[in-house]
Design a protein around this ligand. Structure first.
Ligand code: HEM
Length: 393
């Protein structure tokens, strides 16, 4: 309707149009709510050869909780907790209340909830199963660049709870904590976020450095991913289809990073900040060409660029969350990357981390302040089975 016919209708007609307009607005709002509903009711199956929350699409919010076993938590008691957690995780992921749920209505919006359970070396020892630890190392050694804080380090057990809704995450975390209460105490808890679904489709999300992250990751569903992430079962048949999970809290000095000229930031990472393409390239999806030289004859992707140093014969799968916990007592941003890496064996991570710790140009702005390693057992395929059964039953 043009302006003239609108004015010619007189006041009552115009009010009718406006009223009709708001009725339409109402319909749109209902439609929008309908779409939100679809996000809320989306589920990720708990049952599967592998646990969910590793190769399943990453949801926008994640909370990690590490536990210390109470004295006297032996194999029988640990099995009881893992049974409880498995049963409740299956219910919550399906959008149903957990057993004895304190807030059953909150379970109705699983919002792609995933609950991933990890077991630390200490729990293997407590259960008398140290000989079944599936990896070449028991823990991540401290590196010279580390300034580890016990508040973010270690743990006998871990749950990674992730969903596209904050209330869902908190509800699930609280239910799992309640389950754990007789067996373990909370050692640390940390939360972060990944990009919201639909925000930048077809591109890798930016981390707090302002750079896109994830291009160098193996792609779930490929043979490369399978080889990188899933344990073959060699030497630990119960662990076939499991993986190692390295958690590092890495603080970023954002105030100082923001002062760094863009070209120097790009040399530090080895990629362009805007497009995410490797230096000398045009697309974030192309492979880096490390042989390229600049006008002075120096490599275009410097020797100490993060990406160049992080290239390894056997990769890892990074599935981090960003964190921002405000300002610390000194007025500095308490923010960074809740780095999470999955690999068939933690030696894959250690190989890369050793190179980064020694030479990474990024070390001037990032400091690891928390560290932990967990064995993530394979998934379960029938509803009566539970995570860790192959270890403890
Ligand atoms: C605050 C800490 C970190 C930040 C901000 C960061 C950021 C980045 C960025 C922007 C890239 C390029 C895009 C991509 O491939 O994802 C990258 C690549 C990579 N990073 Fe990091 N990273 C951090 C820590 C680490 C750590 C601790 C490791 C492992 C020990 C690591 C391993 C890798 C690997 C394997 C690649 C891919 C290299 C390739 O292209 O093959 N990163 N990182």
């Amino acid at each position: 309707m043009d302006r003239r016919s609108f004015l010619g209708m007189g006041l009552s007609g115009a009010v009718g149009v406006v009223a009709g307009g708001s009725a339409m607005l109402g319909v749109d709002r209902v439609r929008q709510l309908g779409q939100e509903g679809a996000v809320g009711t989306a589920t990720v199956p708990f049952l599967g050869v592998h646990q969910s929350g590793i190769d399943t699409p990453q949801a926008s919010l994640g909370t990690l909780v590490a536990f210390t076993l109470r004295p006297g938590t032996d194999a029988t008691r640990l099995a009881r907790l893992l049974r409880l957690w498995s049963a409740d995780a299956a219910l919550l992921q399906a959008g149903q209340p957990s057993m004895g749920d304190a807030n059953p209505d909150m379970a109705a919006t699983p919002a792609s909830l995933t609950i991933t359970i990890g077991i630390g070396h200490g729990a293997f020892v407590a259960a008398g199963r140290e000989d079944r630890w599936p990896f070449t190392v028991a823990d991540i050694p401290a590196f010279p660049v580390d300034q580890l804080d016990p508040r973010w380090t270690g743990g006998d057990l871990l749950v990674q709870v992730s969903a596209n809704d904050g209330g869902t995450v908190t509800h699930a975390v609280r239910e799992l904590m309640r389950d754990a209460q007789p067996f373990a105490t909370v050692r640390w808890q940390q939360s972060g976020w990944h990009v919201q679904p639909g925000v930048n489709p077809g591109e890798h999300p930016r981390n707090l450095l302002g750079f896109r992250e994830g291009a160098g990751n193996p792609v779930p569903g490929t043979a490369h991913f399978t080889d990188t992430v899933w344990h073959s079962g060699t030497g630990a048949s119960w662990f076939a289809g499991g993986t190692s999970m390295v958690v590092r809290r890495i603080r970023i000095d954002l105030d100082r990073w923001d002062q760094v000229p863009p070209a120097m930031q790009e040399a530090t990472i080895g990629r362009y900040r805007s497009s995410g393409a490797p230096l000398g390239g045009t697309s974030e999806y192309e492979l880096p060409n490390y042989a390229l030289r600049g006008p002075t004859g120096a490599p275009l992707i410097p020797w100490d660029a993060h990406m160049r140093l992080a290239e390894a014969p056997r990769n890892i799968y990074r599935r981090p969350f960003n964190y921002d916990d405000g300002i610390d007592a000194a007025g500095m941003p308490d923010a960074g990357l809740l780095f999470i890496a999955f690999g068939a064996d933690p030696s894959q991570y250690l190989h890369i981390q050793s190179n980064l710790a020694a030479h990474d140009a990024m070390n001037r702005w990032v400091t690891p302040i928390g560290s932990a390693l967990f064995a993530v057992p394979p998934g379960v395929v029938t509803a009566t089975d539970w995570i860790g059964q192959g270890l403890l039953a």
